[in-house]
Write a protein that binds this ligand. Sequence first.
Ligand code: CIR
Length: 259
Amino acid sequence: MRIAVTRGISPAIGHCQLTHLEREPIDDEVARAQHGTYERVLRDLGCQVEHLAEEPDLPDSVFVEDIAVVLDEVAIITRPGAESRRGERSSIRRALEPHRRLEHIRAPGILDGGDVLVVQKDIYVGLSTRSDDEAVRQLKLLVADLGYTVTGVEVRGCLHLKSAVTAVSEDTLLINPDWIDATYLPGHAFIQVDPAEPSAANVVRVGDTVLFAADFPRTGERISAAGFRTLPVDASELAKAEGALTCCSLIFEAPDRNA
Ligand code: CIR
């Protein structure tokens, strides 16, 4: 069974962190409706959605992806790069505890889950304003015995590594080559975002289906043309908070109790 951890949108979302965007008003109702649709799509695709309660004092807490890296064997609770987001950890810890052994990134390391791209046994970590070499060093130690390789990669012009590249399948990556150098990701096939849609590289893969942001239809067409099953999801309102599709969920396989 596949689990998707999500969280309701904080009423304080208007005070979210912004790095590359100017602040503009976020329509609460629209944002909630779009987020509800996102959760419904995940359910329709077979995920059991575990919806966590809103956090009134934590503006960015809907973006649960940043708070953990969930591997098959272990979940690593991050130490978010933005201090205002560190209070998001206790509830994520409680949510993941029944499903995984937990480890933690510790001070002075900083890591946002949005900077961590896992492709089979390769873990790429964006060295951004939110994640650093010290976190890469700690992550390496935490997964050393599990057969993963961890590589720090430079990103430019965007918030997180997964703003620049995500996986559409086990071996194919969707990439904006202006934000990351593809040579950091050897051994993969690439689909490039449409040049008119620089923010389109962030897609969510659930089984064989690739969810892409409805604002980026040209990139959606490129993914379909490459042979993948696609589904557009409207995420325009939370995009004003610099959140994309992957940010709003932590998706992982439930542990096999009989194993
Ligand atoms: C932040 O700056 O932390 C939030 N406003 C947006 C986080 C988006 N998360 C992600 O891309 N994984």
